[in-house]
Design a protein around this ligand. Structure first.
Ligand code: C2E
Ligand code: MG
Ligand code: MG
Length: 717
């Protein structure tokens, strides 16, 4: 370390003496400051540091003894040696001065070699003590952890001590890093360095109790490491910092590894992606792909089975992804050039390097999809957390890694929108769709306030008598710009955004009100019923029991007139909780129908466990019933065993009605009877039904010609 010169303050009212000493001592290499009285000396020391003070005892304003006492209140003998200068007349003051803390004294006329020797003695003792204190402090720092790198910055000399460990942490040998503070600062990541400097400055100015910061620093191998820097200033009595010493702890692992799965996290992934970018710009013959994967039902798993199970699912998925990608033939050929990361939540990303084109990436995505379709055994139960996958392939028009990630994300969203559990390769149209989707979400939010939703009603009829037994409420969105939108266009979005809950509540309330009006006007025996669809999210995440209770109370609808339609997806994540909730709803008197039966998990064996009232056979089975009636026959037989009513959905022809009657199905719903119609048209249907039991044929004739309320109708008529 280069030593700066020691600074000596001479305090003497005799200008000749002052000048003489100034020149003599200056020649010896000391930095000399002169003060001609006590006030000047104290003022100067207030804002400067001295290594030693030569202090005349006899002075007119404040005498030397008084100044000595004041200084000793601030500095110890080791911190600031003071040598008193006495004349003959002042010799009686030597003893009190030594008692008051003077380190030594010299007498006038001054013998300069003696003065110099005494100064040297005091200064070398001071330096020895400082060195000892420094090494003690360093030792204390070292004791904090052998893994930490230590540094010690002498602010007045602007030199910095870096411990061997500090250097080796960054891949350097002891002799390869000097003592310039810039050895540190120039290696700090450009985005972090200003903050680090500002934080140190704030601590030096005593604005913070200590210095602490997390920053990236360049390792010799070209990678950035994450460090936790800590430090403490050493201050003089005025609070001014003369040194700051501290440590540097490597926190890279915690920063770049996802704690739960052990996979690289977003930070590391983005770093790798940035490197792939650089490589791709150099090598035009190879490309790379980014796969973005999002679990489809994770939120449901988390909400219903708890975060512990949710975490286990994420760990299991991470493990399976690693196995799949590593064992995948197409990847084996690529070597280990891939990174699997968890971006956060249920989002995973995979960087596939060195592929020859989109087919390689698609092959991996297909493998992942099929591997994830195998059940996961978590917490003693089988779960199927399918995933939506988006693929983006590098192309030179990408401006930044973030842009490519965004495209892979967009492709993933598009896969989700197209029905989940599938993959999509990004193309430019998708970007436009994403924007459109965002816009639709905003419009959807306003639509509830603007009352743009309208309940349509589709009749449920007795196949035997042709009488209307009730209706299913099907919500539609009358969007001023887009026209009438059927639920298929917005229910998924409503579920994803959570808006399904307020919407569902509105549908339930409106449908119950309407049914109460119909019941009063058309007193059937048994009374007309209303079926209302409940999304799984609404069923599982809102207090549906209380909502039903309140709405039924308000509308005065008999509880048994309400049929809630749920799908298997509402029941499967946590069957026990679903059974519990259903039982409470049944205690309230409400009925429960299982919608779209046959399209979900469809395990007939579990059905008896749920307190259901009816089954709605999905329209896909009715559509093929004339060719193959086996499935419908089995479902009806099983439902009968369990004492459940059966409703056939999507009945479109008279032949189908005949077939269903043969198979013993009681109830039907479909375009053959009526398309979903608005409340007024449904009232007309009921009025017509009062005069003519065989409402099916008339309704079909009337409404197929005069109504065309939903777009899907066009393809059937
Ligand atoms: P879903 O509950 O199975 O409703 C029956 C769907 O089949 C309706 O489609 C209906 O228009 C259509 N449909 C009826 N008869 C026929 C037919 O003969 N042939 C054909 N091909 N289709 C027929 P929609 O109105 O588009 O509703 C689609 C789905 O959206 C519904 O399926 C239901 O799951 C959901 N949905 C509708 N309204 C609501 C609601 O208020 N809340 C919730 N959560 N979901 C709703
Ligand atoms: Mg339904
Ligand atoms: Mg259905």
């Amino acid at each position: 370390m280069i030593q700066r010169p020691d600074s000596v303050l001479i305090v003497d009212d005799d200008p000749v003496n002052l000048d003489l000493m100034n020149r003599r001592l200056g020649k010896q290499g000391y930095e000399i400051h002169c003060a001609s009285n006590g006030h000047e000396a104290l003022d100067w020391l207030h804002s400067h540091d001295a290594d030693l003070v030569l202090l005349n005892v006899e002075m007119p304003d404040i005498d030397g003894l008084e100044i000595l006492k004041q200084l000793r209140r601030a500095y110890t003998q080791a911190q600031l040696p003071i040598i008193m200068i006495t004349g003959k007349a002042g010799s009686e003051k030597i003893v009190p001065a030594l008692e008051a803390g003077a380190n030594d004294y010299v007498t006038k006329p001054l013998d300069h070699p003696v003065v110099l020797a005494r100064i040297e003695t005091q200064l070398s003792r001071k330096h020895a003590e400082e060195a000892l204190r420094e090494s003690e402090e360093r030792y204390a720092l070292a004791a904090r952890g052998v893994n930490d790198g230590l540094w010690d910055w002498d602010l007045s000399g602007n030199r910095m001590y870096f411990s061997p460990r500090w250097k080796s942490m960054l891949g350097w040998q002891e002799h390869e890093i000097g003592d310039d503070p810039d050895e540190w600062f120039r290696r700090i990541h450009p985005d972090d360095v200003d903050r680090v400097r500002a934080d140190i400055a704030a601590h030096l100015e005593d604005q913070t109790p200590h210095y602490e910061d997390e920053y990236r620093i360049l390792h010799r191998d070209g990678n950035y490491l994450w460090m936790l820097g800590r430090g403490l200033a050493v201050r003089n009595c005025n609070g001014k910092a003369s040194r700051i010493a501290g440590s540097q702890t490597d926190i890279t692992r915690g920063k770049v590894v996802d704690v739960l799965t052990g996979l690289p996290n977003r930070v590391l992934f983005m770093d790798r992606l940035a490197r792939s970018f650089k490589r791709a710009r150099r090598r035009k013959d190879r490309t790379f792909a980014l796969i973005f994967l999002d679990l489809d039902s994770f939120k449901m798993i988390n909400d219903n089975l708890g975060h512990m199970i949710g975490d286990q699912v994420l760990v299991a998925v991470a493990g399976r992804l690693e196995c799949t990608v590593r064992s995948s033939d197409s990847v084996a050929r690529l070597g280990r050039n891939h990174t699997i990361a968890r971006l956060g939540g249920d989002e995973f990303t995979i960087l596939l390097e060195g592929i020859s084109g989109v087919t390689d990436a698609v092959r991996v995505a297909e493998r992942i999809s099929s591997d994830l379709a195998n059940p996961f055994l978590v917490g003693g139960q089988e779960l199927f957390p399918s995933a939506s996958i988006g693929i983006a392939i590098y192309n030179p028009t990408y401006q930044s890694p973030e842009e490519m990630l965004r495209d892979a994300d967009t492709a993933m969203y598009s896969a989700k929108a197209l029905g989940k559990g599938r993959y999509e390769v990004f193309d430019a149209n998708m970007r436009a769709n994403t924007t459109a989707r965002l816009q639709m979400e905003t419009e959807f939010l306003r639509a509830i306030e603007r009352r743009e939703f309208e309940n349509y009603y589709q009749v449920i009829v007795s196949l035997k008598t042709g009488r209307i037994c009730g209706f299913e409420a099907l919500v539609q969105w009358n969007n001023s710009a887009r026209g009438i939108l059927s639920p298929g266009k917005f229910i998924t979005m409503a579920e994803e955004t959570g808006l399904i809950i307020p919407l569902g509540q509105w549908v339930l309330e409106t449908a119950c009100q309407q049914m109460r009006i119909w019941q009063a006007r058309f007193p059937n025996d048994p009374p007309l019923t209303i079926n209302v669809n409940l999304s799984s999210r609404h069923f599982l995440q809102s207090n549906i029991l209380q909502q039903c209770r309140a709405i039924l109370h308000e509308t005065q609808l008999p509880h048994s007139s309400l049929n809630l339609e749920v799908t298997e997806s509402a029941m499967m994540p946590d069957p026990e909780a679903a059974i519990d909730l259903m039982t409470q709803l049944k205690d309230l008197g409400v009925k429960i129908a299982l919608d779209d039966f046959g399209t979900g998990y469809s395990s007939l064996s579990y059905l008896h466990r749920f307190p259901l009232d009816s089954l709605k056979i999905d329209r896909s089975f009715i559509a093929q019933i004339m060719e193959d009636d086996e499935i419908v026959r089995t479902i009806i037989a099983m439902a009968r065993n369990l004492g459940l009513k059966v409703i056939a959905e999507g009945v479109e022809t008279a032949d189908q009605v005949g077939k269903l009657l043969d198979l013993g199905c009681e109830l039907g719903q479909g375009y053959y009877f009526s398309v979903p119609v608005n409340a007024q048209e449904a009232t007309d249907l009921l009025a017509a039904g009062q005069h003519d039991n065989a409402v099916l044929s008339t309704a079909r004739a009337n409404y197929s010609s005069i109504l065309n309320p939903i777009p899907s109708l066009a393809q059937h008529f």
